[in-house]
Ligand binder design. Sequence first.
Ligand SMILES: *Cc1c(COP(=O)(O)O)cnc(C)c1O
Length: 388
Amino acid sequence: MAVRTPVYLDHHATTPMDPAVLEVLQRVQKDHFGNPASQGHSFGWAAQTLVENARHQVAQLVGAEDREIIFTSGATEANNLVLLGGAATSGKPCKIISTTLEHSSIAEPLTRLQEQGWDVVRIQSDLDGLIQPEDIEACLNDDQDHEVLMVSVIAAQNEIGTLQPLEQIGKLCRRRGVLFHSDAAQACGHVPIDAQAMNLDLVSISSHKIYGPKGVGALMVKRTHPPLPLAPLFFGGGQENGLRPGTLNVPGISAFGEACRLALKNRDEEVLRLRQLKDRFWHRLQEQLPGVYLNGAAEPRLPGNLNIRFDGIRSAQLLPRVSVLALSTGAACRSDEPGPSPVLMSLGLDSNQADSSVRIGLGRFTSQEDVDFAAERLIGAVEKLRQE
Ligand SMILES: *Cc1c(COP(=O)(O)O)cnc(C)c1O
């Protein structure tokens, strides 16, 4: 079967919309312009019904109650709301525990808080790209000077795909009565994330990482008495419990809901299919090339993720040689930042090794033919570069 090129292998940067999701987006955009906050007429009621239906679909994906879902413009906003909105409720700077594996939308707000006097602890991952719960426990027990506001740990790392032990960390946080947040943008819809079982108080989700439209996402906020300490970042309307004022993006939210429904429906099957494709890809490279290494633990890992290091190759030279493949050297959101990836460095790689690494992200529409074609092209390009 002929392979359609270019082959898209960058599903951690974003995913194409599922055709069923696109259909919902277009239908709602066309037929329902009402404002869900207009409670006096049927246009508003129809829009509100669509939003509440989507809220239910998102909630189902993370094992939450409908009213625990706050719609945002994406996971970046959800992450900023958690950290900056959480910090704003505290009268004085205290302590936040996070990790060296975080996405820039956690890492940068944390740096801002640090500049404002907060004690920010970034737990170092092990050489496999996994956070050890004991390290978090030690930090929670560490000094009693500073009250800990929250623990924030990425669920699935966006470069190396490693899945963090959220259930164990959740238990520690619950025992200590500390808030537990996870940036689950790469995990929700791809692997099971259950807010209840993992003791998660706050979860960030993104639509465009799960075959939904861009510019939509959600924050799950566990309902408690009294409510969790969280202040809005924006003001000017009571929407979303006052936590995220502004007129809702009804078409985007509806389509996001559909994306969540599809992700949940297909998830277990898709995990098996992608894992098999990923293993096939990796075995081909390993069989035919010397000096190839997997960055990060083989398991537990996102089923569609490979992050591979080729000895003696610079990825900046390799990528243009395989322009028929859409690959990346790391996080799309920090592609403007020079220097090696901090995540790869935290695996103990030196900057040369980090520079010889490539991220491969397989997705819902990746076929076995795509994988075979991509492996063959990559192997050819690496062999050729090594001869030069
Ligand atoms: C993509 C991503 C984000 C940002 O999500 P947006 O919806 O694009 O703002 C945050 N965290 C992780 C881990 C991501 O992969």
